[in-house]
Design a protein around this ligand. Structure first.
Ligand SMILES: [Ca+2]
Ligand SMILES: [Ca+2]
Length: 216
């Protein structure tokens, strides 16, 4: 089948490739890997791997390409394989985006590897060419820790702000002191990532009121 290679990177000149010039071989008995350095995903969740690929390969029943993820460099979980029944023939750069499993969230040592093989005895193609590998994620909220700021020009109010995610909503509650019940000040506060703010008016300035924010 063969596979033409790109004349340069998706960006710039440099790429990672199984082979820059020729097809992957027949009779690969095992899987050969390109393994990333560790990504520090601490403090992040909803991780997504982005990369540009130029991949031609026979159908998965014959020749296999794979992508795996690990947080310890020893145990790998497969997150992508080439289609079983169709070959990939497009000789062009394609931007791919793959969500990583939730257990990778917050890992300081996330790794990804691209596998080539095994392959069968006939027909080869270009195999992996990769560029612009990136990992994206959302910040993990810090248990809704509140930052207090002064209200604007009004001594009897404070501004609460907390880390927040799209689509969430919050309730602000107050208590008159330790051991006192919390009551709702405001509910259905709509998230405005990365920080949501709420201006709380204190009826009796300096009363020692406790405030908390809860995710609904
Ligand atoms: Ca490049
Ligand atoms: Ca083959």
């Amino acid at each position: 089948m063969g596979g033409n290679k790109p004349s340069g990177g998706y960006t710039g000149l440099n790429v990672y490739a199984y082979d820059l010039h020729t097809d992957y071989p027949n009779n690969l008995k095992t899987t050969e890997h390109l393994t990333s350095a560790t990504f520090d995903a601490s403090g992040h969740r909803n991780l997504t791997l982005h990369f540009a690929r130029w991949l031609t390969i026979e159908r998965g029943l014959s020749d296999q390409a794979s992508i795996e993820v690990s947080t310890n460099g020893a145990d790998w979980t497969r997150i992508w394989t080439n289609p079983i029944a169709e070959s990939l023939n497009a000789e062009e750069w394609i931007l791919k985006s793959l969500p990583l499993p939730a257990w990778v969230d917050g890992s300081p040592t996330a790794r990804v590897r691209w596998g080539m093989g095994p392959t069968d005895t006939i027909q080869t193609a270009g195999g992996w060419v990769l560029d612009d590998i990136e990992l994206f994620g959302d910040p993990i909220p810090q248990a809704l820790a509140i930052t207090l700021g002064p209200g604007s020009g009004n001594e009897s109010s404070v501004v609460l702000s907390w880390p927040s995610q799209p689509g969430e909503s919050y309730t602000v509650e107050s208590s008159e002191g330790i051991g006192q019940a919390f009551i709702t000040v405001q509910k259905d506060i709509v998230s405005t990532p990365p920080l949501t703010q709420f201006t709380h008016r204190i009826p009796d300035a300096g009363s020692g009121q406790l405030l908390r924010v809860r995710r609904q």
